[in-house]
Design a protein around this ligand. Structure first.
Ligand SMILES: [Zn+2]
Length: 531
């Protein structure tokens, strides 16, 4: 019971702080609600623990509770995140590099106070072992009493409880450590709701439009951005010039695009799926991706990854993982700047099958982009134009100005990277008809309302986590061959679009016909000159 009380109080600091800030929680009635809610959580934890109270098992179980609550508490307090099944999926898919980025002194202190301290007290406390029969009876009594307390407290504050929980859905994701356990349960149950063993084929009928006699094979560069926030791009009207190189090119930048998810693990598979957000989230089966459809159409496809991998969308095409590369200036400590993806690019394309290359080439570059919280690590010194920057991964140790500066530097570097990519495409334009499409996976919070990073449940996430840049560029040659008018696309700058448009728009750029292509979702479809 003392363990439950500790978990419900100290380890739930983030929840209590959030509740304290709610306008409807004030005065005596607010205090009564808060105390009632505290009793509900304590009783719920005691009920759960009474099922796990078997002699020598209790201490390790409680220790796990303390430490899982300590880690949940640290991340919720530091970054304003909440814990749901998406966040657990992100944790599972995080590589050690990303995890090491998060380590800092504050985290160790949190673990010390919320994890080590109660565990130390716990292991010092002698526990009398009971006979099985006594233990069973004791546990049953404990469970029944704590459930009765839970129900009693719930009834006492029910009116406030039900309205507050309904109006502030984020609260339920803050109840620590039950939020983590519930989310882990949801993730573990997923495979039973979906058949993950079979992969259904997609777009096997895909065909390229017949080439005219003097046409060059098309070459499409898809840049998959990371954590880039639409509003922080100079070309999107940001008051800082974060995109000097893009501004010089004949690009089209669409400002009305919403992401599919608020994290890489949810957005990336959804972007490359034909299903669209809603159908993707409730899918019963897994399908091949946009990448496979390009491949079925006979194109040469290459995925270059400067991040934590392609989340299952590129398994069946050649991949280059930059973390295996050594480069004197672009890589250090097993991590590379995004420009590494342009290094030796011609050679890498030459290595793809010749008969496919003759039909056309699709290259995907998965950026490290603006991956936080260590923004300063993503940018070579030359591009750290906005100063002072935040040199810590504990963003709350920096001022907001420093956090925004270091984030803007990552956009400045992405601008340079995209500028370099366009120069490379221009060079390749004598052999191919070249185009680039840059779209980010999700946005980022930079301390607005004390929220940092991304990954909040979609319904409660602020817009800055959901609005993504969508920037395209193509050569005059490409425009002539495909008939897609950039002047027409420019009229759609503020048209509301989503990641649902990505799959079909990318197929549209390559002129691929297949039964899974939907013209009404292709942003280029009505910009194509029919002649
Ligand atoms: Zn991401």
């Amino acid at each position: 019971m003392l363990g439950s009380l500790w978990l419900a109080s100290a380890s739930n600091y983030a929840l209590w702080e959030e509740i304290h800030q709610l306008p409807e929680v004030n005065g005596l009635r607010g205090l009564a609600f808060t105390v009632g809610f505290g009793i509900i959580i304590t009783a719920a934890l005691t009920t759960l623990l009474s099922f796990l109270n078997w002699g020598k098992l209790l201490k390790p179980v409680l220790t796990v509770f303390f430490f899982s609550a300590a880690s949940g508490a640290y991340f919720m307090m530091s970054y304003g995140i909440v814990i749901d099944s998406t966040m657990i999926t992100n944790v599972i898919q995080t590589d050690t590099k990303e995890a090491l980025d998060l380590l800092n002194w504050r985290m160790l202190i949190s673990f010390g106070i919320l994890g080590v301290l109660p565990s130390w007290v716990l292991w010092k406390t002698p526990v009398k072992s009971l006979r099985w029969g006594q233990q069973v009876i004791g546990n049953i009594i404990m469970a029944v009493v704590s459930m009765a307390v839970l129900v009693g407290a719930l009834l006492a504050v029910f009116q406030d409880f039900s309205s507050i929980m309904r109006n502030h859905t984020q609260l339920r994701y803050l109840i620590n450590p039950l939020n983590s356990y519930y989310a882990i349960g949801m993730v573990a149950a997923k495979p039973f709701q979906r058949d993950n063993k079979t992969l259904l084929p997609l777009g096997q009928d895909a065909k390229l439009a017949a080439a005219k006699p003097n046409d060059k094979p098309p070459m499409l560069l898809l840049v998959l951005g990371e954590t880039a926030r639409m509003g922080n791009f100079g070309v999107n009207g940001y008051d800082r010039n974060t995109t000097p190189e893009l501004a010089k090119e004949n690009i089209v930048s669409l400002r009305g695009v919403m992401s599919c998810g608020t994290s890489t693990a949810t957005s990336v598979p959804c972007m490359f799926s034909h299903l669209g957000k809603e159908a993707f989230e409730s899918r019963k089966n897994n399908y091949e991706s946009l990448i496979d459809v390009f491949s079925h159409a006979g194109l040469a496809v290459l995925w270059i990854d400067n991040q934590s991998g392609c989340k299952g969308v590129c398994e069946r095409v050649p991949q280059v993982l930059t973390k295996e590369l050594k480069h004197p200036t672009l890589c250090r400590g097993g991590e590379c700047f995004d420009e590494i993806m342009l290094d030796q690019l011609d050679e890498r394309i030459q290595a793809l099958p010749a008969e496919r290359r003759a039909k056309g080439v699709v290259i995907v570059m998965h950026q490290m982009g603006s991956h936080g919280p260590a923004y300063y690590k993503r940018v070579p010194d030359k591009f750290k134009q906005f100063q002072p920057e935040c040199k810590s991964n504990a963003l709350q140790e920096c001022t907001r100005e420093q956090v925004v500066n270091s984030f803007d530097n990552t956009i400045l570097y992405t601008d340079h990277f995209l500028g370099q990519a366009i120069q490379w495409l221009k060079k390749s334009d004598n052999t191919h008809a070249t185009a680039m499409l840059y779209v980010s996976d999700h946005g980022e919070s930079l301390g607005e309302n004390n929220i940092y990073l991304h990954g909040l449940p979609y319904r409660v996430a602020p817009d800055v986590q959901k609005r993504v840049p969508w920037i395209s560029w193509w050569s005059a040659n490409f425009e002539k061959q495909t008939g897609i008018q950039s002047a027409c696309l420019k009229k759609k700058v503020n048209t509301p679009l989503t990641h649902d448009n990505y799959f079909h728009s990318a197929l549209g750029l390559m002129g691929i016909s297949t039964e899974v292509y939907q013209a009404q979702l292709d942003v280029h479809a009505d910009c194509r000159n029919k002649s």
